[in-house]
Write a protein that binds this ligand. Structure first.
Ligand SMILES: [Zn+2]
Length: 385
């Protein structure tokens, strides 16, 4: 073997060692389970595949948690994790799951709407894999995933994504975007099937109000905003006014010619009132510095500060008072509470009486205060998700 071949062999071995370390990290994220301690109002865990059996044993299947008071009242569906790289959505749903008190009606909670997307990082981006939330008894660890369904589970992408059934052409990778594939179809791609299963869940369980939690970049116009289907426009508008007591919030109505999104298709293809909520996430803007777990938690970034000073952002940003993971989770929680309050005013015959923490509670006590210790909980109330 000559010197050049030895060099090649050493390079190959070094590559395999590095790839081996990376593979171990990827595998770890793919199989990591989040722990949730459900509140006493919890009644039943079901799986999304119940509403579309061909999702069974796929990474598109996901747990659906029912909180049923057994007394008449509205059915409200709240889900997070349509885009797992916006983790405040999933965390807010977990906080509701752990603390919900329910006097009547029914609440259906899905913390990981696109399970597949939560099991890998963004391809080609050096994002952190996990988010650690401190509590008085230790820390709870959550996945930070991708925006789209993992290519491991749905591949290859088409050259052009033709949205079903509108026929509108969308960006090719949006065929793996859970919030671009509604209303979906039962024999389509994995992501289309997941969207279809959600539609079936909403139609069959007669969901009155559907709330979809997201986070947005600060340079994107739709931030700190409700986006409502036109049948829910008044609801969102009034809820935004009620939110002002704690935090600024806007509302807008879903554009009719933007297809595949929940606030468009879920409203068009079911009877539910559908509202999407966006909170500001100082992490996913392209201008930020290093995307670390610290940035995900404290939101402090000098480049965003400069963008704010130049008037490039669509919401307020101050590095000394930035949007932390707590303020973002709190914002989503209050957004949901005020939607439910206005729903109760508009439809008193179906009013639902419930409690979970809101913005002020999270700011006062920290999110960790509302996350319980699985080791001290009754085992039947602990779930791995
Ligand atoms: Zn999103």
């Amino acid at each position: 073997m000559n010197g050049s071949n030895i060099r090649k062999l050493i390079m190959l071995l070094a590559f395999l060692v590095i790839a081996g370390f990376a593979a171990a990290e990827f595998l770890d994220l793919r199989h990591y389970k989040e722990t949730v301690v459900v509140s006493e109002a919890f009644t039943e865990k079901r799986m999304l595949s119940e509403w579309l059996p061909n999702l069974k044993n796929t990474w598109g299947d996901t747990p659906v948690y029912f909180y049923d008071s057994g007394k008449p009242g509205a059915t409200v569906l709240i889900y997070g994790g349509a885009h797992p790289y916006e983790p405040a959505g999933s965390l807010a749903v977990y906080v509701i799951m752990e603390n919900l008190k329910l006097n009547n009606g029914r609440v259906i909670l899905v913390p990981r709407a696109d399970m597949s997307a939560s099991t890998q990082g963004i391809v080609g981006h050096a994002y952190p894999q996990y988010l650690h939330i401190p509590t008085s008894w230790g820390q709870k660890v959550y996945r930070i995933g991708d925006r789209e369904t993992a290519p491991l589970d749905q591949w290859p992408d088409p050259f052009t994504y033709v949205h079903y059934p509108s026929g509108q052409n969308l960006a090719y990778q949006d065929l793996r975007n859970f919030n671009r594939t509604f209303p979906g179809r039962p024999n389509g791609t994995l992501t289309e099937r997941m969207s279809y299963a959600f539609m079936e869940l909403i139609r069959n369980e007669k969901v009155d109000l559907t709330i979809d939690f997201h986070e947005a970049s600060l340079m994107y116009p739709v931030v700190d905003t409700y986006v409502a289907h036109q049948r829910a426009e008044d609801l969102a508008f009034m809820a935004a006014m009620l939110c002002q007591a704690e935090m600024p919030m806007r509302s807008e109505v879903s554009p009719k010619n933007l297809r595949g999104l929940t606030h468009r298709e879920v409203g068009d293809y079911s009877e539910t009132l559908c509202v999407l909520v966006e909170t500001a996430e100082p992490f996913i803007d392209r201008v930020v510095g290093r995307v670390t777990e610290q940035l995900m938690i404290d939101g402090k970034d000098e480049f965003l500060q400069r963008a704010a000073e130049k008037g490039l952002l669509y919401t307020d940003y101050d590095i000394n008072n930035a949007q932390t993971i707590d303020t973002r989770v709190g914002r989503l929680l209050t957004s949901a509470i005020e939607l439910i309050n206005v729903f109760n005013m508009m439809y008193p015959d179906r009013a639902i009486d419930l409690w979970f923490p809101r913005y002020t509670d999270i700011i006062t006590n920290g999110m960790g205060y509302y996350l319980h210790n699985p080791d001290e909980a009754v085992p039947s109330r602990v779930f791995l998700n």
